[in-house]
Design a protein around this ligand. Structure first.
Ligand code: FAD
Length: 293
């Protein structure tokens, strides 16, 4: 069982618990991106098991008719065992989910995975582009299935990737980047990463017709995205994590499309540790939960 200390960041250990959480979110007007926790599987059986769970999850989401999609990690789907393993598993998930009208995000891991992740995304996004969008970006209003990918502002290559993605259907999630990358390929200074993030948003709101997801808790970046949306009219969605700035999620959902990234599963310890360590408030919350005050 997940202790109360980790409950804030993780929806539960089972898909049923995650779907209960999705129902509560949907009741409050927030949509859900469901993720089964797990990464760097080096065993084919574990990869198959998680891939199977994602396919079942897509069917469950379709059966409940929730406003929800799923998000997968390449190394959870066998990337460490070979690019072909990842391609095979993610393709089966996106194909199955598409038959159920469920959208699939592909998370971005460290820089060694960027090329294969983007190439695989491109194949899937083109395959699942709905009629009329095959030579351009998909529309979030009519694109209920298919694939999206994440790009990281801390990587120096990302501007070029974002320009490449402008011609590919499917959605793009913009994040600052969670991995500690080498200085020759990544910006290390936080202010520089923030600047890059803003510049990427400016490009996307100008050049993309649709399909922009702002994956950030940063009020400055969210305000900037809203300004850009007002200026260009480009639709967008805001994505935040379970347990982080939930008040802001509630406020924003009155006017904008808000999606909450909802992790679940029994591999919650390392995920919880990351959330607790990334900010002082989270760490204080964890300590208070332990000492009971
Ligand atoms: P930061 O730059 O960390 O902080 C900026 C400001 O945001 C802070 O000053 C504060 O005002 C506010 N803020 C941030 N965190 C908190 C908090 N915990 N509590 C209160 N206020 C806060 N990274 C990847 O590399 N690959 C992925 O696939 C990926 N997917 C993601 C999906 C989603 C939905 C989200 C939200 C993030 C994802 N990330 C991913 C993580 C991302 O790269 C960042 O590491 C993470 O979001 C922190 O950056 P930030 O923009 O949220 O805010």
């Amino acid at each position: 069982m997940i202790p109360p200390i980790a409950n804030r960041f993780v929806a539960g250990e089972t898909a049923a618990k995650a779907l209960d959480h999705v129902r509560e979110l949907n009741d409050r007007g927030i949509k859900a991106i469901v993720n089964l926790l797990g990464e760097h599987h080096d065993d084919r059986a574990a990869v198959r098991e998680d891939a199977r769970e994602y396919r079942l999850l897509a069917s469950d989401i379709a059966a409940t008719d929730f406003d929800a999609c799923i998000s997968v990690k390449p190394s959870q789907l066998g990337l460490d065992l070979g690019n072909d393993v990842f391609r095979e598993e993610v393709t089966a998930i996106v194909d199955t989910a598409a038959t159920e009208d469920v959208f699939v995000w592909i998370d971005m891991e460290d820089h060694t995975t960027t090329d294969v992740t983007l190439d695989t995304f491109e194949e899937l996004a083109r395959k699942h582009a709905d009629g009329g969008h095959s030579d351009g970006r998909g529309s979030s209003s009519d694109q209920e299935s298919g694939a999206g990918v994440c790009v990281q502002a801390n990587l120096k290559r990302t501007r070029a990737d974002v320009e490449r993605l402008a011609d590919i259907p499917g959605k793009v999630r913009f994040v600052k980047g969670a991995y500690d990358e080498p200085a020759d390929i990544a910006y290390k200074d936080k202010a520089r990463v923030d600047h890059e993030y803003e510049t990427l948003l400016e490009y996307a709101f100008e050049e993309y017709d649709d399909g922009i997801a702002v994956g950030s808790h940063d009020p400055v970046m969210i305000d900037r995205a809203i300004e850009l949306h007002d200026e260009h009219g480009t639709p967008f969605e805001i994505q935040m994590l379970t347990g982080v700035r939930e008040d802001a999620q509630m406020e924003l959902t009155a006017e904008y499309d808000v999606w909450q990234y909802t992790p679940y599963g029994d591999r919650w310890k390392s995920y919880f540790y990351r959330r607790a360590m990334e900010r002082k408030e989270n760490l204080r919350f964890a300590v208070r939960a332990i000492v009971g005050r």
